[in-house]
Design a protein around this ligand. Structure first.
Ligand code: M6R
Length: 363
C-alpha cells in the first residue's frame, strides 16, 4: 500500500504533482475558473471581509491564502488558529466569508469555529480533503481538495492542494472584484496549470536534499527565516521539521530577528533562509548577513541563477525560476524532503511521530 516507498510520507510527497492536477484541472475550462460552488460571481464580489480559520498546516495554507487574496482581490483577510478564533468573540457579519481549511474535516476546534461563524450568519466555505466529513457536511459551500487519502501524520500533499485552491479562489475573487483583469488571470491560470511539471522536476532533486539533510541532522535547534510569502513557507517548513524529527525549530520573519531572537544565533546554528521574493531579496540578504556574522550555518533557498552567494551561504537549494507569486508551491518540496530525510537519519518514526494523531478530535 506504500507503493514501493519506505514511508507514506515519502509516497505522499511524490504524489504532489498528480494531487495538484486532480484538484486544479477540473476547475479550469478555456482559461476560466469554475469552482463548482453555489456562490454566484455577484455574491463573491460582495464579501466585505474574509476570515480564514484552521489549525496547523491547514492554517499555514491559510496564511498563503491571505497573501494571495489581499494582493489579487484587495479584500481584507484575517487568518486565525481555530482554537483562538472560537474564544475571542470574533467580529463576524452577514457580509463576511469564512473559509475553513481542513484535510480531515474532523478537527474539533475547526468544526466548532465553523459552527460559530454559521451562527453569526457568515457564509462558510470549507476547503476539505475527506469527502463527507463533518466539516464538509455542515459548511454552506464545499471546495474539495483531491489529494486522495493522506496517511502520514505530517501533512504534505494536503497542504499543496490547499494552496492550489487558495490560488484558484484568489484569482476568482480578483476577477469578480475587477481587481484582476481577464488577461492577467489567463496568464496566471496558465502558470498555475504548469506547476505539476515544475513539481516533478524539483522532486528529481531528492537525493541532493538528502545530502543536505545529512549535514544538518545533528543540530539541536534550527531557525527558518523569510519575508512575505517566504515567511509563510518558513512556518510550514519549521513545523514539518519539528513534528517528525523532534529538532527544536522556529520560524521567524527575517526582519523581526533583531528584536530578540538573534540572541539565540551562535556558532554553527543552522538558519534556513528562503529568498524567492525578488522585491524583498536585498532586505533578506542583509538579514542573512546579520545571522552569518553571529556564526550561523546558512542553508539558502533561492532561484537558479541567483549568482554568487558564497559570502553568506554555506549550502544552497536552487529552485527553477518562477513568478514569485507561485514560489510557495515550489519551495515547499525541498523543505518537506529535508524534514523527511532529517527524521529518517535520526531514526524517528516518520509516519507516526510521538504524541501526535492524524486527526485531532479533542479540543
Ligand atoms: O485535518 P486538519 O487539516 O484539520 O488538521 C489540522 C492539523 O492538525 C494538521 O495540519 C497538523 O498540523 C499536521 N500534523 C501537520 O503536519
Amino acid at each position: 500500500e506504500k507503493g514501493g516507498y519506505p514511508h507514506f510520507m515519502l509516497k505522499e510527497i511524490f504524489e504532489q504533482p498528480s494531487a495538484f492536477s486532480n484538484t486544479v484541472s477540473p476547475r479550469l475550462r478555456d482559461g476560466k475558473i469554475d469552482l463548482g460552488i453555489e456562490l454566484t460571481d455577484e455574491q463573491l464580489k460582495n464579501f466585505k471581509q474574509i476570515h480564514i480559520v484552521a489549525c496547523g498546516t491547514a492554517m499555514h495554507a491559510g496564511i498563503v491564502g491571505r497573501y494571495l487574496i489581499e494582493k489579487l482581490a484587495r479584500i481584507p483577510v484575517n487568518v486565525d488558529v481555530a482554537s483562538e478564533f472560537r474564544y475571542r468573540d470574533p467580529i463576524l457579519n452577514k457580509e463576511d466569508l469564512v473559509i475553513i481549511i481542513s484535510q480531515s474535516g474532523e478537527t474539533a476546534d475547526t468544526l466548532a469555529a465553523m459552527r460559530l461563524a454559521k451562527k453569526h450568519g457568515a457564509h462558510t466555505l470549507a476547503v476539505v480533503n475527506v469527502v463527507g466529513s463533518s466539516i464538509a457536511r455542515e459548511a454552506d459551500s464545499v471546495l474539495y481538495t483531491w489529494a486522495g487519502p493522506e496517511i502520514a501524520v505530517a501533512s504534505t500533499k494536503a497542504y499543496t492542494v490547499q494552496l492550489s485552491v487558495m490560488y484558484l479562489l484568489a484569482f476568482k475573487l480578483g476577477l469578480c472584484k475587477g481587481t484582476l483583469s481577464q488577461a492577467d488571470a489567463v496568464a496566471l491560470i496558465d502558470e498555475l496549470a504548469g506547476i505539476p511539471v515544475q513539481l516533478q522536476s524539483i522532486l528529481g532533486h531528492a537525493e541532493e536534499y538528502k545530502a543536505i539533510a545529512e549535514k544538518y541532522c545533528h543540530a539541536e535547534d534550527m531557525f527558518f527565516i523569510g519575508r512575505g510569502l517566504d515567511y509563510a513557507l518558513s512556518q510550514e517548513g519549521s513545523l514539518k521539521l519539528k513534528e517528525i524529527s523532534y529538532i527544536h525549530s522556529e520560524a521567524y520573519a527575517a526582519g523581526e530577528l533583531k528584536h530578540g531572537t538573534i540572541s539565540l544565533i551562535t556558532d554553527g546554528v543552522p538558519v534556513i533562509a528562503l529568498a524567492t521574493q525578488q522585491r524583498l531579496c536585498e532586505k533578506m540578504v542583509s538579514n542573512i548577513k546579520e545571522v552569518k556574522a553571529r556564526g550561523a550555518d546558512v542553508l539558502f533557498i533561492c532561484y537558479e541563477g541567483y549568482g554568487d552567494c558564497s559570502e553568506f551561504a554555506d549550502s544552497v537549494i536552487a529552485l527553477p525560476q518562477s513568478n514569485d507569486l507561485f514560489a510557495p508551491l515550489l519551495s515547499i518540496i525541498p523543505m518537506q524532503l529535508f524534514a523527511y530525510y532529517v527524521a529518517l537519519l535520526k531514526g524517528c518514526d516518520v509516519d507516526k511521530p510521538r504524541n501526535l494523531a492524524k486527526s485531532v478530535t479533542v479540543e
